[in-house]
Design a binder for this molecule. Structure first.
Ligand code: ADP
Ligand code: MG
Length: 278
């Protein structure tokens, strides 16, 4: 039986951004070394937390345990105070916006229909779906492109990525999971989208868990950054805290010769955020 939801509502509830908790979470794929090893981490309601680490450090595995694409070997992941294992996995996923590098738009649906998909699955009526799709497409800068007729392969890479973000936002989920969403874009486009995403995320007040291997991106977008290495969380703090005292030599190496640049970036970001909130 489908759960009744009204426009603007997901099974996770409307409005209030949830807390996400990792409680001593480990995941082993049976290969000896665990992919995630004893992760303790709380993402606060409305916060953007960036997991930063090199390839293979366990970021994607950690993220997928939130929407239950992967189940922990031990420990628990809680969303809004409730273990994700207690959720119906399908409803849980429809309540969480998920953006990945490969985007995952369905090729046989128009871009507009792709954006309307989750609201449709949640039983929103046609008018509510249409209104919402128009709103989120405007939000990501994709309005006026005749997307009711165009298919995903008729968009540029940057436009497709925006469409993927619009789709993730369509049901207005209070929680977003983003796995290297801008990684495939060329550097100029990436900077534009990162800037816009920072502005959007500030306006929306959602809880966002964002995964990247890009130090600059982490410093640009994160309220806090968690540095992962070999499945472990080795440092957690605000960008400024991490820049001031990296702690681990590994994090020090990560920042390396970019320190000066990152300090400038943070100063610039502060200015921008001041404008958005004034
Ligand atoms: P990241 O996203 O930081 O690159 P992943 O979470 O994808 O890291 O991977 C962490 C470790 O788990 C890697 O060593 C990877 O090879 C391994 N791994 C990931 N997914 C699987 C899987 N489905 N089966 C076996 N090993 C996996
Ligand atoms: Mg990954």
């Amino acid at each position: 039986m489908p759960v009744e939801t009204r426009p603007g509502e997901t099974p996770l509830g409307s409005g209030a951004a949830p807390r996400v908790e990792f409680l001593s979470v480990s995941k082993s794929y049976g290969t000896g070394i665990p992919a995630v090893d004893g992760l303790d981490l709380t993402v606060s309601p409305g916060e953007t937390l960036v997991l930063l680490g090199t390839s293979g450090s366990g970021k994607t595995t950690a993220l997928k345990m939130v929407n239950r694409l992967v189940e922990p070997t031990s420990g628990a992941v809680r969303v809004a105070g409730r273990s994700v294992l207690e959720w119906d996995p399908v409803l849980l996923r429809r309540s969480i916006g998920y953006v990945i590098q490969e985007i995952g738009l369905l090729p046989h649906l128009t871009v507009f229909a792709n954006v309307c998909l989750v609201p449709r699955l949640l039983g929103w009526n046609e008018q509510a779906r249409r209104q919402r799709a128009e709103t989120v497409l405007r939000l990501v800068g994709l309005d006026g492109l005749d997307l009711e007729r165009r298919y995903p392969d008729q968009l540029s890479g940057g436009q497709r990525q925006r469409a993927g973000l619009a789709r993730a936002l369509a049901a207005d989920p209070p929680l977003l999971l983003m796995d290297e969403p801008f990684g495939a874009l060329d550097p100029v486009l990436r900077v534009t989208i990162q800037d816009e995403f920072l502005a959007i995320s500030r306006r929306l007040g959602k809880t966002i868990l964002f995964v990247t291997h890009d130090v600059t991106e982490a410093f640009l977008l994160g309220d806090r950054i968690g540095v992962m290495h070999a499945g472990r969380l080795v440092r957690l703090g605000t960008p400024a805290e991490i820049l001031d005292s990296p702690g681990e030599s590994l994090v020090e190496r990560f920042l390396g010769r970019h320190r000066r640049f990152l300090a400038d970036l943070l100063a610039e970001r502060k200015e921008k955020e001041k404008q958005w909130t004034s």
